[in-house]
Design a protein around this ligand. Structure first.
Ligand code: ARG
Length: 465
Protein backbone atom coordinates (compact mmCIF):
# COMPACT_ATOMS: atom_id res chain seq x y z
CA UNK A 1 0.00 0.00 0.00
CA UNK A 2 1.37 3.42 -0.91
CA UNK A 3 0.99 6.67 0.96
CA UNK A 4 1.01 9.90 -1.03
CA UNK A 5 0.17 12.44 1.62
CA UNK A 6 1.93 15.42 0.12
CA UNK A 7 -0.72 16.23 -2.45
CA UNK A 8 -4.45 16.80 -2.11
CA UNK A 9 -6.81 13.90 -2.83
CA UNK A 10 -7.61 13.51 -6.51
CA UNK A 11 -11.21 12.50 -5.75
CA UNK A 12 -12.26 15.26 -3.41
CA UNK A 13 -9.20 17.50 -3.08
CA UNK A 14 -10.57 20.50 -5.04
CA UNK A 15 -10.73 22.73 -2.01
CA UNK A 16 -7.64 21.31 -0.29
CA UNK A 17 -4.16 22.79 -0.58
CA UNK A 18 -2.38 20.04 1.39
CA UNK A 19 -2.68 16.30 1.71
CA UNK A 20 -3.63 14.58 4.96
CA UNK A 21 -1.28 13.90 7.85
CA UNK A 22 -0.02 10.33 7.94
CA UNK A 23 -2.06 9.74 11.09
CA UNK A 24 -5.16 11.10 9.39
CA UNK A 25 -4.61 8.67 6.57
CA UNK A 26 -4.04 5.83 9.02
CA UNK A 27 -7.27 6.40 10.91
CA UNK A 28 -9.29 7.28 7.83
CA UNK A 29 -8.38 4.62 5.31
CA UNK A 30 -10.62 1.57 5.12
CA UNK A 31 -9.01 -0.04 2.08
CA UNK A 32 -7.14 -2.48 4.35
CA UNK A 33 -10.45 -4.22 5.00
CA UNK A 34 -13.11 -2.94 2.61
CA UNK A 35 -11.25 -4.40 -0.38
CA UNK A 36 -13.39 -7.40 0.48
CA UNK A 37 -16.26 -5.45 -1.07
CA UNK A 38 -14.52 -5.20 -4.45
CA UNK A 39 -16.80 -7.47 -6.45
CA UNK A 40 -19.94 -5.93 -4.91
CA UNK A 41 -18.55 -2.45 -5.59
CA UNK A 42 -17.91 -3.28 -9.22
CA UNK A 43 -21.31 -4.93 -9.62
CA UNK A 44 -22.92 -1.78 -8.21
CA UNK A 45 -20.90 0.43 -10.55
CA UNK A 46 -21.78 -1.69 -13.56
CA UNK A 47 -25.48 -1.47 -12.73
CA UNK A 48 -25.16 2.28 -12.22
CA UNK A 49 -23.26 2.79 -15.50
CA UNK A 50 -25.83 0.81 -17.50
CA UNK A 51 -28.61 2.85 -15.90
CA UNK A 52 -26.84 6.15 -16.67
CA UNK A 53 -26.78 5.17 -20.34
CA UNK A 54 -30.36 3.88 -20.40
CA UNK A 55 -31.59 7.18 -18.97
CA UNK A 56 -29.46 9.25 -21.37
CA UNK A 57 -27.33 10.73 -18.58
CA UNK A 58 -24.16 9.40 -20.23
CA UNK A 59 -23.62 8.19 -23.78
CA UNK A 60 -23.74 4.51 -24.66
CA UNK A 61 -20.12 4.80 -25.73
CA UNK A 62 -19.02 6.08 -22.32
CA UNK A 63 -21.09 3.43 -20.55
CA UNK A 64 -19.51 0.72 -22.67
CA UNK A 65 -16.04 2.04 -21.79
CA UNK A 66 -17.02 1.99 -18.10
CA UNK A 67 -18.35 -1.54 -18.39
CA UNK A 68 -15.23 -2.91 -20.01
CA UNK A 69 -12.94 -0.92 -17.75
CA UNK A 70 -14.74 -2.16 -14.64
CA UNK A 71 -14.38 -5.76 -15.81
CA UNK A 72 -10.65 -5.17 -16.28
CA UNK A 73 -10.39 -3.73 -12.75
CA UNK A 74 -12.28 -6.72 -11.39
CA UNK A 75 -9.98 -9.20 -13.06
CA UNK A 76 -6.93 -7.29 -11.82
CA UNK A 77 -8.27 -7.52 -8.28
CA UNK A 78 -9.23 -11.17 -8.60
CA UNK A 79 -5.81 -12.11 -9.93
CA UNK A 80 -3.98 -10.13 -7.25
CA UNK A 81 -2.51 -7.65 -9.75
CA UNK A 82 -4.27 -4.63 -8.30
CA UNK A 83 -2.17 -2.19 -6.23
CA UNK A 84 -4.43 -0.91 -3.44
CA UNK A 85 -3.58 2.56 -2.20
CA UNK A 86 -4.26 3.87 1.32
CA UNK A 87 -4.08 7.40 -0.04
CA UNK A 88 -7.22 6.57 -2.01
CA UNK A 89 -8.93 5.67 1.29
CA UNK A 90 -11.38 2.99 0.34
CA UNK A 91 -12.45 0.45 -2.24
CA UNK A 92 -14.76 2.89 -4.00
CA UNK A 93 -12.03 5.41 -4.77
CA UNK A 94 -9.43 2.76 -5.49
CA UNK A 95 -11.66 1.24 -8.16
CA UNK A 96 -12.62 4.57 -9.66
CA UNK A 97 -9.02 5.82 -9.77
CA UNK A 98 -7.87 2.68 -11.55
CA UNK A 99 -10.81 2.94 -13.95
CA UNK A 100 -9.62 6.44 -14.81
CA UNK A 101 -6.14 5.12 -15.56
CA UNK A 102 -7.63 2.50 -17.87
CA UNK A 103 -10.40 4.37 -19.71
CA UNK A 104 -9.60 8.03 -19.08
CA UNK A 105 -12.25 10.75 -19.12
CA UNK A 106 -15.46 8.63 -19.11
CA UNK A 107 -14.45 7.27 -15.69
CA UNK A 108 -15.11 10.71 -14.24
CA UNK A 109 -18.77 10.46 -15.35
CA UNK A 110 -19.47 7.24 -13.41
CA UNK A 111 -20.06 9.07 -10.14
CA UNK A 112 -22.93 11.14 -11.62
CA UNK A 113 -26.06 10.93 -9.46
CA UNK A 114 -24.27 8.79 -6.90
CA UNK A 115 -22.22 9.22 -3.73
CA UNK A 116 -19.93 6.98 -1.75
CA UNK A 117 -22.66 7.01 0.88
CA UNK A 118 -25.20 5.12 -1.21
CA UNK A 119 -22.38 3.20 -2.84
CA UNK A 120 -21.05 1.73 0.40
CA UNK A 121 -24.55 1.05 1.68
CA UNK A 122 -25.25 -0.88 -1.52
CA UNK A 123 -21.97 -2.81 -1.53
CA UNK A 124 -22.33 -3.79 2.09
CA UNK A 125 -25.94 -4.92 1.72
CA UNK A 126 -24.94 -7.10 -1.21
CA UNK A 127 -22.11 -8.58 0.83
CA UNK A 128 -24.21 -9.28 3.92
CA UNK A 129 -27.00 -10.70 1.75
CA UNK A 130 -24.52 -13.21 0.35
CA UNK A 131 -23.39 -14.12 3.87
CA UNK A 132 -27.01 -14.81 4.84
CA UNK A 133 -27.16 -17.31 1.99
CA UNK A 134 -23.90 -18.89 3.10
CA UNK A 135 -25.02 -19.11 6.72
CA UNK A 136 -28.27 -20.78 5.64
CA UNK A 137 -26.38 -23.28 3.48
CA UNK A 138 -24.00 -24.00 6.38
CA UNK A 139 -26.90 -24.51 8.76
CA UNK A 140 -28.67 -26.86 6.37
CA UNK A 141 -25.54 -28.96 6.00
CA UNK A 142 -25.29 -29.18 9.78
CA UNK A 143 -28.94 -30.14 10.04
CA UNK A 144 -28.31 -32.89 7.49
CA UNK A 145 -25.49 -34.31 9.61
CA UNK A 146 -27.68 -34.16 12.72
CA UNK A 147 -30.52 -35.91 10.91
CA UNK A 148 -28.16 -38.76 9.99
CA UNK A 149 -27.17 -39.11 13.65
CA UNK A 150 -30.81 -38.94 14.73
CA UNK A 151 -31.90 -41.55 12.24
CA UNK A 152 -29.18 -44.00 13.27
CA UNK A 153 -30.11 -43.69 16.93
CA UNK A 154 -33.81 -42.84 16.87
CA UNK A 155 -34.46 -45.41 19.60
CA UNK A 156 -31.15 -45.43 21.47
CA UNK A 157 -31.81 -44.48 25.07
CA UNK A 158 -29.74 -41.94 26.93
CA UNK A 159 -30.30 -39.83 30.01
CA UNK A 160 -32.09 -36.54 29.55
CA UNK A 161 -30.82 -33.87 31.92
CA UNK A 162 -32.07 -30.86 33.78
CA UNK A 163 -29.50 -28.95 35.86
CA UNK A 164 -27.08 -31.46 34.27
CA UNK A 165 -28.60 -33.98 36.70
CA UNK A 166 -30.24 -37.12 35.34
CA UNK A 167 -33.90 -36.30 34.77
CA UNK A 168 -35.76 -38.70 32.47
CA UNK A 169 -34.59 -41.06 29.75
CA UNK A 170 -34.73 -39.70 26.21
CA UNK A 171 -33.49 -41.01 22.91
CA UNK A 172 -30.29 -40.05 21.15
CA UNK A 173 -32.41 -39.19 18.12
CA UNK A 174 -34.55 -36.86 20.19
CA UNK A 175 -31.52 -35.03 21.51
CA UNK A 176 -30.05 -34.61 18.01
CA UNK A 177 -33.41 -33.38 16.74
CA UNK A 178 -33.53 -30.68 19.41
CA UNK A 179 -30.56 -29.11 17.65
CA UNK A 180 -32.15 -29.61 14.24
CA UNK A 181 -35.02 -27.45 15.49
CA UNK A 182 -32.70 -24.78 16.90
CA UNK A 183 -30.58 -24.57 13.77
CA UNK A 184 -33.77 -24.48 11.71
CA UNK A 185 -34.86 -21.35 13.55
CA UNK A 186 -31.39 -19.89 13.06
CA UNK A 187 -31.67 -20.43 9.31
CA UNK A 188 -35.12 -18.85 9.36
CA UNK A 189 -33.68 -15.81 11.14
CA UNK A 190 -31.09 -15.35 8.40
CA UNK A 191 -33.82 -15.78 5.77
CA UNK A 192 -36.01 -13.15 7.49
CA UNK A 193 -33.11 -10.73 7.76
CA UNK A 194 -32.22 -11.33 4.13
CA UNK A 195 -35.75 -10.59 2.95
CA UNK A 196 -35.83 -7.32 4.91
CA UNK A 197 -32.40 -6.15 3.74
CA UNK A 198 -33.09 -6.86 0.08
CA UNK A 199 -33.86 -3.27 -0.92
CA UNK A 200 -31.48 -1.05 -2.86
CA UNK A 201 -29.94 2.11 -1.38
CA UNK A 202 -28.30 2.95 -4.73
CA UNK A 203 -29.37 6.31 -6.08
CA UNK A 204 -30.06 7.82 -2.67
CA UNK A 205 -26.82 9.68 -3.49
CA UNK A 206 -25.25 11.57 -0.59
CA UNK A 207 -28.48 11.78 1.41
CA UNK A 208 -31.15 13.74 -0.46
CA UNK A 209 -31.51 11.91 -3.76
CA UNK A 210 -30.39 13.53 -7.01
CA UNK A 211 -31.62 15.94 -9.66
CA UNK A 212 -30.44 13.61 -12.44
CA UNK A 213 -33.23 11.52 -14.01
CA UNK A 214 -31.86 8.25 -12.65
CA UNK A 215 -33.85 5.01 -12.61
CA UNK A 216 -33.47 3.43 -9.19
CA UNK A 217 -35.82 0.58 -10.06
CA UNK A 218 -33.51 -0.44 -12.88
CA UNK A 219 -30.39 -0.58 -10.71
CA UNK A 220 -32.30 -2.32 -7.92
CA UNK A 221 -33.44 -5.01 -10.31
CA UNK A 222 -30.00 -5.41 -11.88
CA UNK A 223 -28.52 -6.09 -8.44
CA UNK A 224 -31.21 -8.58 -7.46
CA UNK A 225 -32.90 -6.30 -4.95
CA UNK A 226 -36.68 -6.45 -4.61
CA UNK A 227 -37.08 -2.67 -4.87
CA UNK A 228 -35.27 0.60 -4.18
CA UNK A 229 -35.39 1.89 -0.61
CA UNK A 230 -38.13 4.48 -0.32
CA UNK A 231 -36.33 7.19 1.66
CA UNK A 232 -32.92 8.49 0.64
CA UNK A 233 -31.96 9.57 4.17
CA UNK A 234 -32.83 6.14 5.53
CA UNK A 235 -31.07 4.43 2.63
CA UNK A 236 -27.65 5.89 3.47
CA UNK A 237 -28.11 5.81 7.27
CA UNK A 238 -29.52 2.35 7.84
CA UNK A 239 -27.28 -0.35 9.21
CA UNK A 240 -29.98 -2.38 10.92
CA UNK A 241 -29.48 -4.98 8.19
CA UNK A 242 -25.97 -5.52 9.56
CA UNK A 243 -27.26 -5.48 13.14
CA UNK A 244 -29.83 -8.11 12.22
CA UNK A 245 -27.18 -10.25 10.59
CA UNK A 246 -24.96 -9.96 13.67
CA UNK A 247 -27.89 -10.70 15.96
CA UNK A 248 -28.83 -13.79 14.00
CA UNK A 249 -25.16 -14.79 13.98
CA UNK A 250 -24.86 -14.28 17.74
CA UNK A 251 -27.92 -16.43 18.43
CA UNK A 252 -26.67 -19.12 16.09
CA UNK A 253 -23.20 -19.02 17.66
CA UNK A 254 -24.85 -19.33 21.07
CA UNK A 255 -26.61 -22.49 19.92
CA UNK A 256 -23.37 -23.84 18.49
CA UNK A 257 -21.66 -23.09 21.78
CA UNK A 258 -24.25 -25.02 23.78
CA UNK A 259 -23.93 -28.02 21.52
CA UNK A 260 -20.14 -27.77 21.59
CA UNK A 261 -20.23 -27.81 25.39
CA UNK A 262 -22.28 -31.00 25.32
CA UNK A 263 -19.80 -32.61 22.96
CA UNK A 264 -16.94 -31.66 25.27
CA UNK A 265 -18.72 -33.25 28.22
CA UNK A 266 -19.93 -36.26 26.27
CA UNK A 267 -16.49 -37.09 24.90
CA UNK A 268 -14.87 -37.06 28.37
CA UNK A 269 -13.70 -40.32 29.94
CA UNK A 270 -16.34 -39.83 32.64
CA UNK A 271 -19.25 -39.74 30.16
CA UNK A 272 -18.02 -41.62 27.08
CA UNK A 273 -21.29 -40.87 25.27
CA UNK A 274 -19.48 -40.06 22.03
CA UNK A 275 -16.15 -40.74 20.44
CA UNK A 276 -14.88 -37.84 18.35
CA UNK A 277 -12.97 -38.75 15.22
CA UNK A 278 -9.23 -38.27 15.07
CA UNK A 279 -9.85 -35.75 12.32
CA UNK A 280 -11.54 -33.41 14.77
CA UNK A 281 -9.41 -34.03 17.84
CA UNK A 282 -5.91 -33.12 18.93
CA UNK A 283 -3.36 -34.78 21.19
CA UNK A 284 -1.38 -33.48 24.12
CA UNK A 285 2.34 -32.84 23.86
CA UNK A 286 2.93 -34.21 27.36
CA UNK A 287 0.06 -36.62 28.21
CA UNK A 288 0.06 -39.47 25.70
CA UNK A 289 -3.42 -40.71 26.62
CA UNK A 290 -5.13 -37.42 25.77
CA UNK A 291 -7.49 -36.91 22.86
CA UNK A 292 -8.81 -33.41 23.15
CA UNK A 293 -12.02 -32.08 21.57
CA UNK A 294 -10.33 -28.83 20.51
CA UNK A 295 -12.71 -28.09 17.66
CA UNK A 296 -15.67 -28.30 20.04
CA UNK A 297 -13.91 -26.13 22.59
CA UNK A 298 -13.10 -23.50 19.98
CA UNK A 299 -16.67 -23.46 18.69
CA UNK A 300 -17.81 -23.10 22.31
CA UNK A 301 -15.57 -20.02 22.52
CA UNK A 302 -16.16 -18.41 19.11
CA UNK A 303 -19.47 -17.02 20.29
CA UNK A 304 -17.42 -14.47 22.24
CA UNK A 305 -16.16 -12.64 19.20
CA UNK A 306 -19.42 -12.96 17.29
CA UNK A 307 -21.51 -11.54 20.13
CA UNK A 308 -18.70 -9.04 20.68
CA UNK A 309 -19.06 -7.86 17.09
CA UNK A 310 -22.78 -7.47 17.57
CA UNK A 311 -22.32 -5.38 20.71
CA UNK A 312 -19.61 -3.33 18.99
CA UNK A 313 -21.81 -2.35 16.06
CA UNK A 314 -24.84 -1.63 18.27
CA UNK A 315 -22.57 0.69 20.22
CA UNK A 316 -21.28 2.39 17.06
CA UNK A 317 -24.81 3.01 15.78
CA UNK A 318 -26.31 4.18 19.04
CA UNK A 319 -27.01 7.91 19.03
CA UNK A 320 -25.81 8.52 15.43
CA UNK A 321 -27.74 11.37 13.84
CA UNK A 322 -28.99 11.04 10.25
CA UNK A 323 -27.64 10.70 7.68
CA UNK A 324 -24.16 9.27 7.00
CA UNK A 325 -21.38 9.68 9.57
CA UNK A 326 -17.90 8.26 9.21
CA UNK A 327 -18.56 6.25 12.37
CA UNK A 328 -20.39 3.87 10.08
CA UNK A 329 -17.14 2.82 8.42
CA UNK A 330 -16.61 0.85 11.66
CA UNK A 331 -19.42 -1.51 10.63
CA UNK A 332 -17.40 -3.68 8.28
CA UNK A 333 -14.67 -5.37 10.27
CA UNK A 334 -17.13 -6.54 12.89
CA UNK A 335 -19.41 -8.09 10.31
CA UNK A 336 -16.55 -9.56 8.28
CA UNK A 337 -15.08 -11.24 11.33
CA UNK A 338 -18.41 -12.47 12.66
CA UNK A 339 -19.38 -13.89 9.27
CA UNK A 340 -16.04 -15.64 8.76
CA UNK A 341 -16.14 -17.03 12.27
CA UNK A 342 -19.70 -18.27 11.97
CA UNK A 343 -19.22 -19.94 8.59
CA UNK A 344 -16.07 -21.68 9.84
CA UNK A 345 -17.77 -22.78 13.07
CA UNK A 346 -20.73 -24.21 11.16
CA UNK A 347 -18.47 -26.14 8.83
CA UNK A 348 -16.32 -27.48 11.67
CA UNK A 349 -19.41 -28.50 13.66
CA UNK A 350 -20.82 -30.27 10.60
CA UNK A 351 -17.56 -32.16 10.19
CA UNK A 352 -17.48 -33.14 13.85
CA UNK A 353 -21.09 -34.31 13.88
CA UNK A 354 -20.67 -36.33 10.68
CA UNK A 355 -17.54 -38.00 12.01
CA UNK A 356 -18.49 -38.69 15.64
CA UNK A 357 -19.69 -42.06 16.89
CA UNK A 358 -22.31 -42.31 19.59
CA UNK A 359 -21.50 -45.00 22.14
CA UNK A 360 -24.83 -46.81 22.35
CA UNK A 361 -23.85 -48.95 25.36
CA UNK A 362 -22.58 -46.04 27.46
CA UNK A 363 -25.69 -44.08 26.61
CA UNK A 364 -27.92 -46.97 27.65
CA UNK A 365 -26.01 -47.64 30.87
CA UNK A 366 -26.25 -43.99 31.85
CA UNK A 367 -29.91 -43.83 30.84
CA UNK A 368 -30.85 -46.39 33.48
CA UNK A 369 -28.87 -44.87 36.32
CA UNK A 370 -29.74 -41.97 38.55
CA UNK A 371 -33.36 -43.06 39.11
CA UNK A 372 -34.23 -41.73 35.68
CA UNK A 373 -37.56 -43.56 35.63
CA UNK A 374 -38.82 -42.11 38.92
CA UNK A 375 -41.38 -39.98 37.04
CA UNK A 376 -42.64 -43.12 35.25
CA UNK A 377 -43.11 -44.73 38.65
CA UNK A 378 -45.03 -41.73 39.97
CA UNK A 379 -47.18 -41.67 36.82
CA UNK A 380 -47.92 -45.41 37.30
CA UNK A 381 -49.05 -44.80 40.88
CA UNK A 382 -51.47 -42.20 39.53
CA UNK A 383 -52.72 -44.38 36.68
CA UNK A 384 -52.82 -47.80 38.34
CA UNK A 385 -53.63 -46.91 41.95
CA UNK A 386 -55.53 -43.66 41.45
CA UNK A 387 -53.21 -41.66 43.74
CA UNK A 388 -53.20 -37.86 43.39
CA UNK A 389 -49.96 -36.87 41.63
CA UNK A 390 -48.61 -35.03 44.68
CA UNK A 391 -49.02 -38.18 46.83
CA UNK A 392 -47.50 -40.31 44.08
CA UNK A 393 -44.54 -37.92 43.98
CA UNK A 394 -44.08 -38.38 47.73
CA UNK A 395 -44.30 -42.18 47.61
CA UNK A 396 -41.81 -42.28 44.73
CA UNK A 397 -39.44 -40.05 46.67
CA UNK A 398 -39.53 -42.54 49.55
CA UNK A 399 -38.81 -45.41 47.12
CA UNK A 400 -35.86 -43.50 45.65
CA UNK A 401 -34.49 -42.97 49.17
CA UNK A 402 -34.88 -46.69 49.84
CA UNK A 403 -33.01 -47.61 46.65
CA UNK A 404 -30.32 -45.07 47.42
CA UNK A 405 -29.81 -46.60 50.87
CA UNK A 406 -29.54 -50.01 49.31
CA UNK A 407 -27.16 -48.75 46.64
CA UNK A 408 -29.39 -50.04 43.84
CA UNK A 409 -31.69 -48.73 41.11
CA UNK A 410 -35.48 -48.54 41.41
CA UNK A 411 -35.90 -51.63 39.24
CA UNK A 412 -33.71 -53.62 41.67
CA UNK A 413 -36.05 -53.11 44.65
CA UNK A 414 -38.15 -56.14 45.59
CA UNK A 415 -41.94 -56.03 45.58
CA UNK A 416 -41.84 -56.43 49.39
CA UNK A 417 -39.61 -53.38 49.73
CA UNK A 418 -41.97 -51.43 47.45
CA UNK A 419 -45.01 -52.51 49.43
CA UNK A 420 -43.33 -51.42 52.66
CA UNK A 421 -43.68 -47.88 51.29
CA UNK A 422 -47.15 -48.30 49.75
CA UNK A 423 -49.10 -51.51 50.29
CA UNK A 424 -51.13 -51.36 47.06
CA UNK A 425 -48.14 -51.53 44.69
CA UNK A 426 -48.26 -54.65 42.45
CA UNK A 427 -45.84 -56.60 40.25
CA UNK A 428 -47.03 -54.54 37.24
CA UNK A 429 -44.93 -51.60 38.39
CA UNK A 430 -41.73 -53.21 37.12
CA UNK A 431 -42.87 -52.80 33.52
CA UNK A 432 -42.61 -49.00 33.74
CA UNK A 433 -39.20 -48.98 35.37
CA UNK A 434 -37.30 -49.97 32.23
CA UNK A 435 -35.87 -47.10 30.23
CA UNK A 436 -37.05 -48.49 26.89
CA UNK A 437 -40.60 -48.58 28.17
CA UNK A 438 -40.15 -45.12 29.57
CA UNK A 439 -39.16 -43.52 26.27
CA UNK A 440 -41.65 -45.58 24.28
CA UNK A 441 -44.43 -44.23 26.50
CA UNK A 442 -43.63 -40.56 25.79
CA UNK A 443 -45.86 -40.46 22.72
CA UNK A 444 -47.20 -36.94 23.16
CA UNK A 445 -46.56 -34.66 20.16
CA UNK A 446 -42.90 -33.65 20.22
CA UNK A 447 -42.12 -36.25 22.87
CA UNK A 448 -39.14 -38.59 22.96
CA UNK A 449 -40.92 -41.82 21.84
CA UNK A 450 -39.02 -43.23 18.85
CA UNK A 451 -42.17 -43.02 16.71
CA UNK A 452 -42.42 -39.28 17.42
CA UNK A 453 -38.72 -38.79 16.74
CA UNK A 454 -38.95 -40.64 13.43
CA UNK A 455 -41.94 -38.54 12.40
CA UNK A 456 -39.92 -35.37 13.02
CA UNK A 457 -36.96 -36.79 11.12
CA UNK A 458 -39.09 -37.41 8.03
CA UNK A 459 -40.69 -33.98 8.30
CA UNK A 460 -37.26 -32.32 8.36
CA UNK A 461 -35.96 -34.50 5.53
CA UNK A 462 -38.80 -33.16 3.41
CA UNK A 463 -38.22 -29.55 4.50
CA UNK A 464 -34.54 -29.80 3.59
CA UNK A 465 -35.02 -31.73 0.35
N1 ARG B 1 -15.25 4.13 3.33
C1 ARG B 1 -16.49 4.73 3.66
C2 ARG B 1 -17.28 3.81 4.59
O1 ARG B 1 -16.96 2.69 4.65
C3 ARG B 1 -17.28 5.01 2.43
C4 ARG B 1 -18.25 6.13 2.57
C5 ARG B 1 -17.52 7.41 2.69
N2 ARG B 1 -18.42 8.52 2.67
C6 ARG B 1 -18.04 9.75 3.04
N3 ARG B 1 -18.93 10.67 3.00
N4 ARG B 1 -16.84 10.00 3.47
O2 ARG B 1 -18.21 4.21 5.25
Amino acid sequence: MTSKNTSANAMWGGRFAAGPDALMEAINASIGFDQRLASQDIAGSRAHAAMLAATGIVTDKDAEAMREGLLTVLSEIETGKFAFSAALEDIHMNVEARLKEIIGEPAGRLHTGRSRNDQVATDFRLWVRDQCDQAIAGLQALQGALLDQAEAGADWVMPGFTHLQTAQPVTWGHHMMAYVEMFGRDAARFADARARMNESPLGAAALAGTSFPIDRHMTAEALGFDRPMANSLDAVSARDFALEFLSAAAICATHLSRFAEELVIWSSAQFRFVVMSDRFSTGSSIMPQKKNPDAAELIRAKVGRITGGMVALFTVMKGLPLAYSKDMQEDKEQVFDAADTLILSLAAMTGMVSDMTANRDSLAAAAGSGFSTATDLADWLVRALGLPFRDAHHVTGALVALAEQGGCDLADLTLDQMQSVHGAITEDVFAVLGVDNSVASRTSYGGTAPAQVRAQISRWREVLA
